[in-house]
Design a binder for this molecule. Sequence first.
Ligand SMILES: Cc1cc2nc3c(=O)[nH]c(=O)nc-3n(C[C@H](O)[C@H](O)[C@H](O)COP(=O)(O)O)c2cc1C
Ligand SMILES: Nc1ncnc2c1ncn2[C@@H]1O[C@H](COP(=O)(O)OP(=O)(O)OP(=O)(O)O)[C@@H](O)[C@H]1O
Ligand SMILES: [Mg+2]
Length: 480
Amino acid sequence: MRFEQVAFSFNGGKDSTVLLHLLRAGYYLHKEKINYSNGNQPDCMLKCPIRTIYFECPCAFPEINSFTYETAAAYDLQLEIMRSDFKSGLESLLKEKPIKAIFLGTRIGDPNAVGQEQFSPSSTGWPPFMRVNPILDWSYRDVWAFILTCKVKYCSLYDQGYTSIGSIYDTVPNALLSTADSSSTKENFKPAYMLSDGRLERAGRAKKISSKCESTHVLSNGMDNTGAHRSSFLTASIIAVGDEILFGTAEDQIGATLCQKLYATGWQVAHIAVVQNDVDSVAEEVEQRKSRDDIVFLFGGLGPLHSDVSVAGVAKAFGVCLAPDEEFEESLRHLIGDHCTGDHNELALLPEGITELLHHETLPVPLIKCRNVIIFAATNICELETQWECLLELSNTPLVQMAPFISKHLSTMLSDIETAQVISKLRMDFPDIYIGCHRKSRAGPLIISFVGKNKIRVELAAEKLSRRFHAGAFCEFSCD
Ligand SMILES: Cc1cc2nc3c(=O)[nH]c(=O)nc-3n(C[C@H](O)[C@H](O)[C@H](O)COP(=O)(O)O)c2cc1C
Ligand SMILES: Nc1ncnc2c1ncn2[C@@H]1O[C@H](COP(=O)(O)OP(=O)(O)OP(=O)(O)O)[C@@H](O)[C@H]1O
Ligand SMILES: [Mg+2]
């Protein structure tokens, strides 16, 4: 195979960094052989001008991006920058270039490694090429042993506790490398090579509800006209604090209403949780969600009772103390007047240094915002309606209105067995569209939902499904 028929898929991650240096070594040996047969001395082949494919995504970490560009420049890699989704990017690249094989840093244990071997033809539906996975059977330990022994440069994020790197939306440092003790306010992390159990390599990766990154690839491919990739797929989570909900004595209606409101505002709700009225339970949940989602809403557990621990939980999640907030105290004084004696108003204790009060003329007390966590004081849907409206009306609202979701629902009496495979395949063809199924009874019809931000794509996905079965197998269904 000619040199220009092979390509290297490089994304600045640790696995592809290992592969880069293996390829350089191979290239050196290959050149050396040619040089010897020509009677020349081998020159110092540090460079490796291999065709290098990089799918640049707006949701990549800047450190990953700059490392990729710097490395490409350092080793003379011939970069092919792609700004579309993997599949269509490869389709157009393979039309233009004589690529027959692509080297990847895929390892056993990666979610996409299932069923792959060292040489695996691309999947059906993908353009034809050979996927070459030289480090498929390398362990996490092998990767770091290679990088450290060869003293090669790697992306700086790995020194900050990241052990596997996806997008800025789904990746945080690996908590198993945290050095924080309860007294320190800032969490530090050991470098990635200190992780002793490689099976936990992906512990810092969030489970995807829908792939924001892939969605934005599609968006930046011109299929959506909203322009702003980031504002199209922001996620929210909702935390209800309430023992009464967990005991089953009260029903959480606020959470469900918030889901509807967020959906109508174009936000994707990634998670909804109910936790106990207990500082650690609140802190644990907030800590996880604040770094995974763009915004976190919390309600319940607010007030002067022993069970009102939400504010303390939020403070603990951010590793800060509670301190008297004069501005909040003033608002409370207006509300409860003489019933509070200034200095001892525990209700005015708020997380120190991270709290912003959101004032609105309709609200007797401002809403509390701690970084990306918003605390609603609502105890029923009516109060939520008011607070929600106020939040939206604020000039500096954190709740920007985004491109709305468009949905289509089809109902069918076809069985799961008949539809399952086709729907799975469809999900791969439409990574930008959420395709989900539910039914209201075991024997009743199956409802298939298509949700996305691009009407044409939603319609197309639904139409593609209908066309795979006999006419009349599906009918449109309203979920309202
Ligand atoms: C060069 C290249 C070739 C790929 N070939 C295939 C393929 O043949 N079949 C497939 O299902 N996915 C293929 N993928 C997609 C990967 O399996 C996987 O989705 C991708 O590496 C992103 O991983 P992530 O979703 O964990 O971020 C390919 C990706 C790249 C970069
Ligand atoms: N955006 C991308 N552009 C080019 N190749 C990519 C891209 N994303 C993934 N790949 C290919 O898929 C391989 C597997 O990706 P994966 O994210 O698991 O490994 P990595 O990024 O190298 O390391 P890490 O697990 O630390 O993130 C990469 O080594 C690379 O060959
Ligand atoms: Mg990666």
